[in-house]
Design a protein around this ligand. Structure first.
Ligand SMILES: [Zn+2]
Length: 102
């Protein structure tokens, strides 16, 4: 059975958490599939890193590679590339990075 972030103890959340507040309800963004999800829905992988909550998201290569970022933090970091993103994203919707080379 998959282990979700929301099922972790507070202590484990402190080490696995992606967003600074470690909150289940905080949004995170997956750079593999360009979709957002609640941090609590992310899967705690065997490699000790958090994985995307979408079943059809298939990161190529190294599964130990973290592809998740806090929504707010990433949006700030990307600047113009993510200027069109809403403050609160929607589940299942793709949010592309403008001008991203990939
Ligand atoms: Zn994904």
């Amino acid at each position: 059975m998959k282990k979700l972030y929301r099922d972790l103890t507070q202590e484990a959340k402190a080490s696995y958490g992606i967003t600074e507040d470690r909150n289940d309800e905080s949004w995170v963004y997956c750079t593999t599939c360009d979709r957002a999800m609640k941090q609590g829905d992310c899967i705690v992988g065997e490699h000790g890193v958090m994985q995307c909550a979408y079943d059809d998201c298939m990161p190529e290569g190294n599964l130990a590679f973290q592809s998740l970022y806090g929504w707010d933090a990433l949006q700030q970091e990307l600047g113009g590339e993510a200027a069109h993103w809403p403050e609160k994203p929607e589940w299942g919707k793709r949010y592309e990075r403008r001008g991203a080379s990939s």
